[in-house]
Write a protein that binds this ligand. Structure first.
Ligand code: ADP
Ligand code: MG
Length: 235
C-alpha cells in the first residue's frame, strides 16, 4: 500500500541521513570535550567559553530532534506554516552530509515568509528526497541553489537547482514511475513519493534537465495567508 511504501522509503532516507547527523553531532561534541578538559586541568573556562558550550549543546539538541522528526512515523497534522523556515531547518540538517560530499547548499536566508497549508513532515520528506537526488547527481561536489518565491497568483514556488549529471530526454519521461532508477542502490521511489505528496497538497512538481549541465526541480504549492498560521509556526 501507499503508506507502506512511504514508510520504507523513509527508512532508507533516514539511513543515509545518519552518517551526516553523526558527523554534525561529533563536531560540537569535540568542542565541548575540549572545554571540559580545559576546566578540569586548568580551571580557566570563562563566561564566553560557557556561552559557546551552550550554543553547541543547543545545536546538538536541534540536530537530533530534527532527525527524530524524520525517523519517527508522524501523526498527520495539517497546518499553515512558513515553508521558508522549514527549508532553512532542513538545510541545516543536511549540511553535514553535504559538507562530507563537498557540496554547498545555498538557500537565501533573507526573504519574505512563504506560508503554505499542509503536512509539514510530508513536505519535509519531499525536499529531503529532492536534495538527496541533487546531491547524488554531483559525485564530484558542487553547488545546489535553492529558490523560494511567491508568484503573482499567490503560488509558492520552490526550486532545487543542481549542477549535476542531468537527465536524458528519454529518462525524463520515466521520472516518477515506481522503481525507475539509474542508481545501483536506488529505490526509484523518491520522486514518485514526492509527486504523490505534492499532488495531495494541490501542487505541481516539474523537472527540467539538461544532460551534463544539471537539473532543476520546481515545486509549486498554493500559498496561504499568514493569519491562518499557528503561533508556534508563525516566524
Ligand atoms: P532513486 O534516487 O532511488 O534512484 P528517485 O525516484 O529519487 O529514485 O529518482 C529516480 C531517478 O531519476 C534517479 O535514479 C535518477 O536517474 C533520476 N534523477 C532524479 N533526480 C535527479 C537529479 N537531480 N539529477 C539527475 N538525475 C536525477
Ligand atoms: Mg532519490
Amino acid at each position: 500500500t501507499e503508506e507502506m511504501i512511504l514508510r520504507s522509503e523513509k527508512l532508507s532516507v533516514v539511513g543515509q541521513l545518519a552518517a551526516g547527523v553523526a558527523h554534525e553531532v561529533r563536531n560540537p561534541l569535540t568542542t565541548l570535550r575540549g572545554f571540559v578538559q580545559l576546566q578540569k586541568t586548568k580551571g580557566t573556562v570563562s563566561q564566553s567559553h560557557l556561552n559557546i558550550m551552550l550554543a553547541e549543546l543547543d545545536r546538538i539538541n536541534f540536530i537530533v530532534s530534527e532527525f527524530l522528526v524524520l525517523a519517527k512515523p508522524q501523526v498527520i497534522s495539517i497546518q499553515t506554516f512558513n515553508l521558508r523556515k522549514l527549508l532553512n531547518d532542513l538545510v541545516m540538517l543536511l549540511d553535514g552530509q553535504a559538507n562530507l560530499d563537498k557540496i554547498q547548499i545555498n538557500l537565501p536566508s533573507e526573504g519574505h515568509p512563504a506560508y503554505v497549508t499542509g503536512e509539514p513532515n510530508q513536505l519535509k520528506q519531499v525536499f529531503v528526497n529532492l536534495l538527496k537526488n541533487a546531491m547524488e547527481a554531483m559525485p564530484g561536489g558542487g553547488t545546489i541553489a535553492m529558490e523560494i518565491e511567491q508568484n503573482t497568483q499567490g503560488k509558492v514556488i520552490v526550486r532545487v537547482i543542481d549542477e549535476g549529471v542531468g537527465i536524458s530526454r528519454e529518462d525524463l519521461q520515466h521520472l516518477g514511475e515506481p522503481f525507475f532508477s539509474r542508481k545501483d542502490t536506488g529505490t526509484g521511489l523518491g520522486l514518485m513519493i514526492c509527486q504523490q505528496i505534492i499532488s495531495h497538497h494541490n501542487g505541481i512538481l516539474n523537472v527540467y534537465s539538461e544532460l551534463g549541465k544539471g537539473t532543476t526541480v520546481e515545486v509549486a504549492l498554493p500559498g496561504a495567508a499568514k493569519r491562518d498560521a499557528g503561533e508556534q509556526n508563525s516566524e
